[in-house]
Every structure is written in C-alpha cells, then in structure tokens.
Design a protein around this ligand. Structure first.
Ligand code: NAD
Ligand code: G6P
Ligand code: MN
Length: 443
C-alpha cells in the first residue's frame, strides 16, 4: 500500500492555514495524507481556524484524522512533515516593526531593515522551539519553514541546530517566475530553467531558459524595462492589492540599475529607500492593510462556517500559490529531484561569496535533502550589496545568541536602509521598549 503522510501545521492560527490545508487535500493523488494536526500557542486564535477546517475536512475528506492542539507532545508525535509558518508577536508587533522606523524616516517593512531585524529577534526562539519539539517527538520528520524573516531564521538554525532537518523556502521568487513565464507565453514557471543567486528577499536571476535551452532573458528584459513585473500575471491570489502592484511596477527602476539581471522585488527597499519612505503612510502600513483585509476576511469566513455548521456554501479556497510547499514535501517523500530555490549554506555555490552565508539558490531536492546547483562567481555590484546585508543578518543572530546590544546596534547601522548610527540607536531603543516580552535581554 502507498505510504500516507502525517502533517503538522505549526502556526495553526495563521491566515494561510486554511488555504494550505485545502491545497494538501487537492494534491492527495501525489501526496496522500493520513493525518493533519494544527499546532499553535494561542488557543483561541487557532480554534476559529481549526473548527472551520474540521468541518470542511469532515465534509470533504472524512478519512483524514484531524486534530488541533496547543500541546507540543500531541502536536509533534508521529509526524512526517512540519509545515511551519508562525508569526511571533502577531500583526500587532508587525505594525510596530513597520511604524517605529518610519517615525525616523526609515523604511518600515516586515522583513527588510530594522523591522525585519526586530521580527528576526522574535522569530528565532519560536522556530527553534518548534524544531526542538519536532526532533524530540518525531526525530525522522522534516520541517519545511517559511516563517519570516526567513534569512535570519535560516542563519540562526544553521548556527544553533546545524544537523536539523529543516528546509527554508520563500514564495516570492515563485510568484515572480510565474509572472516571467507569463511574459514569454509559457503556461508555467516549471517550463523554465533558471539561474538565481542572492539572500532571501535579496536576489537576482542571471539566467532563464526554456526547456529547449532557448534564452528567455531578452524578452523578459523588454517587459522589465517597460513596466517591471506590472504587466504580467501569476494567477496568485496573494499579491494582488494596490501596494503589491506598486512594488511590481517599481521593479522597473530596480531593474534599470543592473539590466544584466532580473531583480527580486524586495530590493526596492534597499535601493530606493527614500522613494519607499515617501510613499509610506506612517499611520497606516501594510500590517494595517493585512489586519483589515486578509485577517478579517479569513476569520470571518471561518466563523461563518462554524455558525452554519457546514462549509458547503463555499468561502474556503485552496491557496494554489502555495503549491510549492507540496512540491517540496513531495520531493523529499518521493525523491522527485525537483529543482527549487532554497535558502541554504553557500559552501561555494556562489564562488566568490562567504561559504557560511545562507544564500538563496536553485537546489535539487530528493529524499536525502538538497544538492546545490553551482551559480559561479557574481558581479561586484551584487557581491557588495550581499556582503553588507549578510552581515546585518549574521550580526542579528550574534545579538540574539550573545544578548548583545552592541551587535544589534551594529546590525541596524549596517542596514542599507538606515542613514546613520545615531538613527539606528534611536530606532533600536524604541524597538527594545516594545519587544521586552519577546527578545532576549540585551546588555
Ligand atoms: P498570522 O499572525 O496570521 O499567524 C501566525 C500564527 O503563529 C498565529 O496564530 C500565532 O499565534 C502563531 N504563533 C506565534 N508564535 C508561535 C509559537 N512560538 N508557537 C506556535 N505558534 C505560534 O501570520 P501570517 O500572516 O499568516 O503569516 C505566518 C507566517 O508565514 C509569517 O512568519 C509570515 O511572514 C510567513 N510567510 C512567509 C512566506 C514566505 O515566502 N516565506 C509567505 C507568506 C507568509
Ligand atoms: C511575500 C514574501 C513573504 C511575505 C509576504 C508578505 O510572499 O515572500 O515572505 O510574508 O510576501 O505578504 P503580506 O501580504 O503579509 O504583506
Ligand atoms: Mn518570502
């Protein structure tokens, strides 16, 4: 009989949980499931999502054993894969990560600049705690992590849990590859072969070919030069609001800086921080948008399902965009050897870059984990930017491990989004005040 898998979703109360649960059901022909468990440390939040999913599962896949819990032993015993998407501090803290830097005229963003550093200082402990539970109760399981900020979380787990079975992955390159496939008239990004190098939320495509080896870069570059990613579709229902459209359009200016490569959209925060700050509302940031739309919408749908006692009237949608998570689980479970971008220790894959850096590069994924695909040497422009940014990430992890105020001040000062050590200190001191409950004490 074909093996069936047991999945634990850590961060069961996440706005992405229903979409992922439904997606798992849709892909059972290639990735069959026997058990799904939601785990969260916030019982009431998770309960709304979980009760609605329980109703959906009973109606659509009664054979799957479903549980939700806040008890680690129950959550992590008899598990094959942990899908981890936690947000330590919830949206309330994301709002502060975004608003505090803006008070000082600095980019306020969830994963970039001081906001990303603050979020990293909260996430490290949360993700490591879950990794330890997984290893204690299911030592053979794999963790697929997409909790942010993935760059800092990945560096922390490399340092603190070097032998753990954790793979860190991001969906931004996937969405952008879908857009580029659309630009050149292909059905799917899977019909392209790509070369990519960078850090998470900080990278570039240097090669894109079709399955016959034809160079697709010239056509994609025409689109980038004219409209950035704005004139392409991806089918994703995630990156659709006006603020995302603005990011896709701004990629035109990011592209202009190095027309030899295609940039990740996140580079706008580092290369055009003045523009980003001018176009931010310090009173209403992305966290407010997400709380007022995605969070309200998902929790509303769930409550409605619970009140009616049925999910038959619809409302729930599989998150097609998250298919990459099933691809990744499948690659390990079935040794598919699929090529995917992962965040992994460099070890020479980018030849002229720190071997210990956690870089985002194409890898081949199978039952034994991943094999890096060597990307060669990178140009001075990218190398310089990446050395600065990887230092920010490494100093943040140092600060967390050592409880060092000095290192965190250095990390924030080092960020390309921050104009001076003085401003870095002001932002840091404000961040410490509001993060007392979440950060290690800094001396
Ligand atoms: P959310 O706030 O809706 O959900 C996060 C859940 O995690 C909450 O229910 C919270 O209670 C729970 N949680 C927090 N700390 C925990 C802990 N220590 N143990 C167990 N549960 C804990 O957040 P969201 O917007 O749905 O995002 C979830 C995560 O996924 C975030 O980290 C986000 O940045 C990330 N994300 C990553 C990608 C990617 O490309 N890598 C894409 C989308 C979302
Ligand atoms: C992209 C990134 C994720 C990030 C998300 C934020 O998908 O790759 O890492 O979490 O955007 O989206 P949001 O809608 O929460 O602002
Ligand atoms: Mn990401």
């Amino acid at each position: 009989m074909e093996k069936k898998y047991s999945i634990t979703v850590a961060g069961g109360g996440s706005t992405f949980t229903p979409g992922i649960a439904l997606l798992l059901l849709e892909h059972q022909d290639r990735f069959p499931i026997r058990k799904i468990t939601f785990y969260d440390n916030f019982a009431q939040r998770q309960e709304v999502i979980a009760k609605a999913c329980e109703i959906y599962l009973k109606e659509n896949a009664p054979e799957i054993d479903f549980h939700y819990t806040t008890d680690p032993e129950t959550a992590f015993t008899d598990v094959d894969f942990v899908m981890c998407h936690i947000r330590v501090g919830l949206y309330a803290m994301r709002e502060l990560d975004e608003k505090i830097p803006l008070k000082y005229g600095v980019v306020g963003q969830e994963t970039c600049g001081p906001g990303g550093i603050a979020y990293g200082m909260r996430s490290i402990g949360g993700v490591i705690e879950i990794l330890d539970y997984m290893e204690k109760y299911s030592p053979n399981a794999w963790m697929l992590n997409y909790s942010n900020p993935a760059a800092i979380v990945a560096e922390a787990t490399r340092r603190l849990r070097p032998n753990s079975k954790i793979l860190n992955i991001c969906d931004m390159p996937i969405d952008l590859e879908e857009k580029m496939a659309h630009m050149v008239g292909l059905q799917s990004r899977k019909q392209m072969s790509v070369g990519y190098y960078g850090l998470n939320h900080f990278g570039w495509w240097h090669k894109i070919e079709d399955q016959d080896g034809n160079d697709l870069m010239p056509k994609i570059k025409e689109h980038m030069a004219a409209n950035g990613f704005a004139d392409a579709l991806s089918g994703s229902n995630q990156h659709v609001e006006a603020s995302w459209m603005e990011t896709f359009a701004k990629a035109k200016d990011v592209y202009a800086l190095d027309p030899n490569t295609i940039p990740n959209t996140y580079l706008k925060y580092y290369l055009f921080p003045d523009y980003v700050v001018e176009h931010s509302n310090p009173e209403y940031t992305r966290a407010n948008e997400v709380m007022n739309h995605r969070e309200k919408n998902i929790f509303g749908i769930c409550q409605n399902i619970i009140d009616k006692g049925t999910a038959k009237d619809g409302g729930f949608e599989a998150d097609a965009h998250a298919e990459y998570i099933v691809d990744l689980a499948c690659a390990i479970a079935k040794n598919t050897k699929e090529k995917m971008l992962l965040i992994v220790p460099n070890e020479g894959a980018i030849e002229n870059f720190d071997r210990t850096a956690m870089v985002e590069i194409p890898c081949i994924v199978g039952s034994n984990g991943y094999e890096r695909i060597v990307q060669g040497a990178i140009p001075q422009f990218q190398k310089g930017l990446m050395e600065q940014q990887v230092s920010v990430e490494k100093l943040t992890v140092d600060a967390w491990i050592e409880g060092s105020y000095q290192k965190l001040w250095q990390a924030i000062t080092m960020s390309k989004t921050v104009p001076s050590a003085k401003v870095a200190k002001q932002i840091l001191d404000d961040l410490i005040e509001v993060n007392k409950e979440y950060w290690p004490e800094l001396k």
